[in-house]
Design a protein around this ligand. Structure first.
Ligand code: TNX
Length: 487
């Protein structure tokens, strides 16, 4: 069985097609730095998957099987013009991976890795032809490192998993009531004084500028873009615990280690507020490679509609002045966001009229419906980790949905893509984090990548079994849901 996740657009397994052995196989790639980097990544990935060394070479020794990476103008399957499209052809002599851009080669490598099986005479790759391209351009995970901090190595592991499922955005929720997790040079007190708290009572922490630089490079090597979120004007207790001048009463708030939401806010009319926003957002923009800054906008429950709208307009103006584009959570739609502000949909309990109105103004959406994509929801009522306000999310629930059907009447071409989200009020260790992410993140990845007519629960359920071997090998925990026969 060809067990690729996410399911490609076209897969053909020629009847009686021969496999090629990985023992003695060499990788060859075009001369550009990008191709050579993908080849080096492929060598490492295939070596780990096969348990035998697969190395990059300048040329192929006579008769040796080869894995060739080529940049060439491949026609997209079903007319796709996605720059991420790729073709993978495997026969008895080796594999040819073709793409118009390095990112397509990278995706082809991830597909190839899943074709490695243990044959009679060692690891091999079976004959197949794959033509593939994504449904949505934006495929990500929102990761809350504010309620509990997760150190650089654990964020790297998350990036590796994203890349393996062809997800291309890591949205880092860097600030919240419980902590400020990013160094901001204009306001060094924030990370210094407000990062030692967390909901688990554990040490806390923050990313230094060097950490953030490193993570962006690590992600870029895997064709993942980091989107930083500074959550404003609610979810701001960490900031007000440092600066009393951000409060109407001038008093610093107490550090917060609970899991309530919606109680904290900035105050628009205070003299300290706008300089704070400008300095912090300029700092974050200056260190961000990607084109987007996420400014939150969720659950500012203590703010009146008018003051909230003033904040959203100011945040959009400031972000635009830094040269970046704005993302907000869905609530900002009510404030009348600019058409080029991306809106992230999450709370499926509310009326969709404001989103349809925003869509009519030209807004585009990232779909993160809480009842499908919130991977901090429990699998079942008895599951020890997670929350349940958006519902219980067993694997099938995370799999069986179509982003185009979440907001009735929203034109599908205004859906930029899909993000899963993992909030971490109840999660503080690597083990807990991955129990919630896996296997569900692979399901949401298929929602984001795979054409709806190519999705099938029973087929996915059979394919996901093979992932467990990789997770075990990489030391990643996962929830052995009874919806899958893992044996
Ligand atoms: C809602 S989703 C929140 C987060 C919480 C999450 C817990 C969103 C934009 N706001 O602040 O962490 O629920 O599930």
């Amino acid at each position: 069985m060809v067990a690729i996740i996410p399911q490609p657009l076209h897969v053909e397994s020629p009847v009686g097609g021969a496999a090629f052995p990985l023992e003695g196989a060499v990788l060859v790639a075009g001369p550009t730095e990008a191709e050579q980097r993908v080849a080096a990544y492929a060598a490492d990935l295939l070596t780990r998957a096969a348990g035998t060394r697969v190395a990059v070479a300048g040329s192929v020794p006579d008769g040796a099987p080869s894995i060739a990476l080529r940049l060439a103008d491949v026609a997209g399957p079903s007319g796709s013009d996605s720059p991420e499209r790729y073709t993978l052809e495997v026969d008895g002599s080796g594999a040819v991976l073709t793409a118009t851009a390095p990112v397509g080669l990278f995706h082809a490598v991830q597909t190839l890795r899943r074709l490695v099986t243990e044959g009679e005479h060692g690891p091999e790759v079976s004959a197949v032809v794959v033509h593939d391209a994504p449904r949505f351009a934006w495929r990500g995970l929102s990761f809350d490192v504010a309620r509990n901090f997760f150190p650089v190595r654990q964020i790297e592991l998350v990036i590796d998993v994203l890349a393996s499922y062809k997800l291309n955005v890591l949205h880092l929720h860097l600030t919240d009531d419980q902590g400020w997790r990013i160094e901001t040079p204009s306001r060094p007190e924030l990370a210094k004084l407000a990062s030692e708290t967390s909901t688990s009572g554990t040490a806390g922490g923050h990313l230094s500028l060097a950490d953030f630089r490193h993570l962006q490079d690590y992600a870029a090597d895997r064709f993942v873009t980091i989107v930083p979120e500074i959550d404003l004007p609610g979810h701001t207790n960490a900031a007000t615990s440092v600066y009393g001048e951000l409060r109407a009463d001038g008093q610093r708030t107490a550090p917060y280690e609970g899991i309530e939401v919606g109680f904290s806010q900035l105050t628009y009319d205070l003299p300290a507020t706008e300089p704070f926003l400008r300095e912090v957002l300029a700092d974050v923009a200056a260190i961000t490679d990607g084109e987007y800054l996420h400014v939150g906008g969720d659950e500012a429950l203590t703010l009146g509609a008018e003051e909230y709208a003033q904040f959203i307009a100011l945040l959009e103006e400031i972000v635009a002045e830094t040269g970046k584009k704005t993302i907000t959570w869905q609530e900002a739609a009510q404030a009348g966001t600019r058409p080029d502000t991306l809106l992230q949909y999450w709370d499926n309990r509310v009326d969709s009229a404001p989103f349809l109105a925003a869509a009519a103004r030209g807004s585009r959406f990232i779909m993160s419906p809480g009842n499908r994509a919130y991977l901090d929801m429990k699998y079942t009522a008895e599951y020890p980790l997670g929350q349940d306000w958006a519902g219980l999310i067993e694997l099938r629930t995370a799999y069986d949905w179509d982003p185009a059907e979440v907001i009735e009447g929203l034109p599908v071409d205004q859906i930029e893509g899909v993000e899963a989200a993992v909030w971490t009020e109840t999660l503080s260790t690597q083990e807990e984090l991955f129990l919630m992410l896996l296997p569900r993140l692979s399901a949401v990845a298929e929602v984001a990548w795979t054409a709806p007519e190519r999705k099938d629960w029973d087929d996915y359920r059979a394919r996901v079994v093979a992932e467990a071997a990789t997770w075990r090998r990489e030391g990643l925990s996962f929830h052995e849901t009874p919806q899958v026969d893992w044996s």
